[in-house]
Design a protein around this ligand. Sequence first.
Ligand code: OAD
Length: 251
Amino acid sequence: MTADHDDREPDFARAAEALKWATKVAVLTGAGVSAESGVPTFRASDGLWEGHRIEDVATPMGFEANPELVWRFYNGRRVNVAKVNPNPGHHALVKLEQRYGDGFAIATQNVDGLHQRAGSKTVFEVHGSLHRTRCINCEKVEDRGLEDLGNRPLCPHCGGFLRPDIVWFHEPLPEDIWMRAMVAAEECDVFLVVGTSAVVYPAASVIPIAKANGATVVECNLTRTDASHAADVGLYGPSGQTLPKLLAKLS
Ligand code: OAD
């Protein structure tokens, strides 16, 4: 064994082999893909939910009870995301899209917009977007960038109260986007599960859907997760390293 021997080589080779045969590839991403950009994940010991009760900042009831607190939380996230950049994991997914074209789609649970900033084209944001606001009166959805909107922003059109266009707990996923994510999972030959704990449903249900439809499931995460039992191959390590390494094996 040499000093640069990597025990994970056979796993990378298997994943690369599956990708070489694939014509359709779908991806589910979670907070872990943005971790190396400096966006905190949710369930880590220093994660976003630490110090916040989910019910207070990520449910419609929490917003009704204390909209200022909810806006403070999301303004903080908006301002943080404005300061960071996509990392090599995001860029590797852009390259994969260039390889598979229309046969490639990302379903992301992330609301940070970093896939699009990296250059990914087909991105289904199943949990909404930090960039967007939605008026609770006229329901107009708008891209408001990432600046701090203040603690009680109002709709510039009707004067109603704005909320972040984020899917909160107890709310349904946007139907059209979710349908497209499910179709991509059903039709793909390879399904990559990147940087998600895979504990939040229905988003995580695309993993068994892909598996049941015959896809090779490849998990890219720091550790094993709830998705690992469905994975045919696990590439464990930071996705900013594992995804570029996988990509390099395709050329
Ligand atoms: P979590 O915080 O639950 O999980 C992040 C995952 O990323 C964990 O499995 C980590 O091991 C992994 N991870 C961390 N750093 C990584 C790295 N550099 N490379 C690869 N993997 C890494 O975040 P999500 O699974 O995205 O929903 O959470 C799902 C949903 O729960 C979120 O969309 C959010 C949250 O509640 C809403 O807000 C509606």
